[in-house]
Design a protein around this ligand. Structure first.
Ligand SMILES: [Zn+2]
Ligand SMILES: [Zn+2]
Length: 307
């Protein structure tokens, strides 16, 4: 080792503790999980983040959850942001969600209810999100995982373009089966997680390109599945929408390594951590600068918080 190499090694070692604190070690960039459902025990939340090499996460809660959110903030300052949801069919939904934002919620979500994507219940939430300057994260699903599950935010492929046009001030974050299956133009609600090569020109792909107010949440088996189907498509898709995509896990495993994960509709993911699977996939599929935007940079811009 010559003197220059020695000094470089020393300099790198000095930087390491900072990078390790930001979680950059394992994935080569710090990682923000947009889609993390709050767990009742504070330690269980940290077990998933730390296990999967995740620096920060956005807590998704439903109903009145402020005390739990505050407790977690106190346990792990700076590691969590917060989105709240509430039953949109209830008359006090606007009041409860407005109060949540006043108490520190930075978005609405996850919105997962048995209503139409362009129905009156969600429409008033789209307006409210714009008025309060917060994004709204929506679960779109048309195909049952279990019998008679029903649909959530139904009619995505048919009706959501009219919503994107009608609410230009609302920042929409699309998520779940119907959002991701529709990256392929040949999808007609045949299955929850379609496989095989993608037919170019699916509505999700087109709308991400055409509407500045639509972003994509890559979490869950749905996001992973869409990106695992067709490597040539994936590389191109990630490049084209690099400023519109947000990494999330929606993983229910205990330890950030897959313990206890079981999604009956996706046997290939049994015993795996969705966060780890999708981070590995994204890292393989795209350049380091694009990966950094998707797993860290974009969400900080969206929430207007320092990276
Ligand atoms: Zn969901
Ligand atoms: Zn996991």
């Amino acid at each position: 080792m010559n003197r220059r190499e020695f000094l470089e090694t020393v300099a790198a070692a000095a930087v390491l503790p900072t990078l390790a604190r930001q979680g950059a070690g394992e994935w080569g960039a710090p990682v923000f999980d947009l889609h993390f459902h709050l767990r009742p025990q504070p330690a269980a939340n940290l077990a998933h983040l730390d296990g999967a090499g995740i620096t920060k996460a956005n807590l998704l809660t439903r109903g009145r959850a402020l005390d739990q959110v505050k407790a977690l903030h106190a346990t792990a300052p700076g590691r969590f942001t917060w989105f709240n949801s509430y039953d949109v069919t209830q008359p006090d939904a606007e009041q409860v969600l407005t109060q949540a934002v006043k108490s520190g919620a930075q978005g609405f979500g996850e919105m997962k209810f048995h209503v139409a994507a362009d129905g009156p219940e969600l429409r008033r939430m789209y307006s409210l999100a714009a008025d309060l300057h917060v994004p709204i994260l929506i679960h779109f699903q048309e195909v049952d995982h279990a019998p008679n599950e029903g649909t959530w935010s139904a009619g995505f492929a048919k009706s959501f373009e009219s919503v994107l046009k009608a609410y230009p001030r609302t920042r929409f974050i699309g998520h779940a089966d119907a959002f991701w299956a529709n990256v392929s133009a040949d999808y007609h609600n045949e299955s929850a997680y379609p496989t095989g090569p993608i037919t170019r020109g699916g509505v999700t792909d087109r709308w991400l390109g055409d509407y500045p107010n639509l972003l994509g949440d890559m979490s869950a088996v749905s996001g992973n599945n869409a990106m695992a189907r067709d490597p040539a498509f994936t590389a191109d898709f990630l490049k084209r929408h690099q400023d519109k995509l947000l990494f999330g896990s929606d993983c229910s495993c205990r330890d950030g390594h897959g313990a206890g994960y079981d999604n009956p509709a996706a046997p290939r993911m049994a015993g795996k951590c969705v966060a780890r699977e999708t981070l590995s996939l994204l890292k393989r599929a795209t350049a380091a600068d694009v990966f950094q935007k998707i797993v860290w940079g974009n969400v900080h811009k969206l929430l207007r918080i320092p990276a």
